[in-house]
Design a protein around this ligand. Structure first.
Ligand code: ARG
Length: 457
């Protein structure tokens, strides 16, 4: 059904209609559109536009439409209506006759779509928050299982210092915790009620905007009708929070892809989240993680796309704003998949304790401990750094680890070194010296796991 046309002499050009129609995309907002319409019917009843009987009829017709679409979400797609608002209004008029035509009194599609989209964004944020919580749970569980596994920590992709594998898992839990906080913060600005803003200047009917906000579970009405009908930064903020989360997931996925390669061989991904090669029978590919890494581009693209759409738009509503739906819908769907798949990857991940330990033993990851040992002998750190550099050079020449060099050879480079040095070179010694809040010492990590679980709730 066309919601306009009285002033037009011809029907829309078919190609233009196809271009202009948004139903294939905004059908995703059907339930929100109905929810908003029920709240609006109540509002204009309170304002004296509808009597009690009319309100009851409209509400009940809208509610049955809601269950019908909830059971068959693709239903609106089979119609040729311009958008979801036209579809719902047509179906309402078919159900209750001319009374249905009263619903749009004092409302514009501009405040209507802003309302629907805020309800949609809010529901999606809440769903992502639950999924993020589950992903954080999986990371904390992984930390719990790996709190005694020593592995190599890297900087510049070079072995740097030994860490607990759990410490690595908890680093990503921190990122996801911030991601959830960002979404929750964006939710505050999403959760406002535009209804009553009309097309741009505010409705002429004396609706109770506070009550509409309450009816829809919004925190408050928006404050300016021009802004409310054209503001999309609530979407931008949400897309930006999604993008940062997706970037974190892509870093995590990349770490796991590297760790699963034969070169690292620190983890093994479960068959159920891996694929094979059509040519090479021996291959087991980390496709789940590669896709999580790859989706970050698309999720960030959604943010970039809407940012460019909004740039330079004059006040108030312009049809450009119809381009806001796909980015949010796609970003939410993709992030949801990434988070849910990640949980399966993490819950089935095998960490190979021996390989992890070997990686920490190789690469002279205990060189800093040796420098600290020399500092303990009263040698200034800069000099200690230089001495250890020479010792490492010597060990590389001999193809040995530092701890495998005989004491005499160590002393030939600096005679202040004594037999106590070997204790300082043990992995466990280095870890135990990092019992500082935020550090990788076993007690600090055990405590961090407990704290993370408390915050998870
Ligand atoms: N499909 C439109 C959108 O998503 C609904 C609002 C239409 N408003 C208008 N003034 N034509 O933006």
């Amino acid at each position: 059904m066309a919601l306009w046309g009285g002033r037009f002499e011809t029907k829309p050009d078919e190609l233009f209609k196809q271009f202009n129609d948004s139903l294939p995309v905004d059908a995703a907002l059907a339930l929100q559109d109905i929810e908003g319409s029920i709240a609006w019917a109540k509002a204009i009843h309170r304002a004296g536009v509808l009597n009690a009987e009319e309100l009851a009829k409209l509400s009940s017709a809208l509610s049955s439409l809601k269950s019908e679409i909830a059971n068959a979400p693709a239903l609106p797609l089979s119609s040729s209506d311009e958008d979801i608002h036209s579809y719902i209004e047509r179906r309402l008029i078919e159900a209750v006759g001319d009374l249905g035509k009263k619903l749009h009194t004092g409302r514009s599609r501009n405040d209507q779509v802003a309302t629907d989209f805020r309800l949609y964004a809010r529901a999606q944020i809440d769903a992502r928050l639950l999924e993020m919580k589950e992903a954080r749970r999986a990371l904390i569980d992984l930390a719990e299982c790996t709190k005694s596994i020593v592995t190599s920590g890297y900087t510049h992709m070079q072995r740097a210092q030994p860490i607990l594998f759990a410490h690595w898992a908890l680093a990503y839990q921190e990122m996801l915790e911030r991601d959830a906080a960002r979404l929750l913060d964006a939710r505050k600005r999403v959760n406002l009620s535009p209804l009553g803003s009309g097309a741009l200047a505010g409705t002429t009917y004396q609706v109770d905007r506070e009550q509409i906000a309450k009816d829809l579970g919004f925190d408050a009405p928006t404050r300016n009708s021009l802004d409310a009908t054209s503001d999309r930064d609530f979407v931008l903020e949400t897309l930006s929070a999604n993008s940062i989360a997706a970037l974190h997931l892509s870093r995590l996925a990349e770490d796991l892809i590297l760790f699963a390669s034969q070169e690292f061989a620190i983890v093994e991904m479960h068959d159920s989240v891996s694929s094979g090669s059509s040519l090479m029978p021996q291959k087991k590919n980390p496709d789940a993680c590669e896709l999580i890494r790859g989706k970050a581009g698309r999720i960030f693209g959604a943010f970039a796309s809407l940012a460019m759409t909004v740039k330079g738009l004059p006040l108030a509503y312009n049809k450009d704003l119809q381009e806001d739906k796909e980015p949010l819908i796609d970003s939410m769907q993709q992030l949801s998949m990434c988070l849910r798949v990640l949980v399966r990857v993490l819950d089935t991940l095998k960490v190979r304790e021996d390989c992890a330990r070997n990686s920490a033993l190789g690469g002279y990851a205990n060189a800093t401990e040796l420098a600290d040992y020399l500092v303990g002998k009263g040698i200034p750190f800069r000099d200690a750094h230089d001495i250890v550099g020479k010792l490492v050079r010597h060990a590389i020449d001999k193809s040995k680890r530092l701890e495998d060099l005989p004491l005499a050879e160590l002393q030939s480079i600096d005679k202040r070194i004594d037999a106590g040095v070997f204790k300082s070179l043990e992995l466990e010694t280095g870890l135990a010296r990092r019992e500082i809040p935020g550090g990788t010492g076993p007690k600090a990590v055990a405590d961090a796991i407990l704290q993370a679980r408390v915050r998870l709730g």
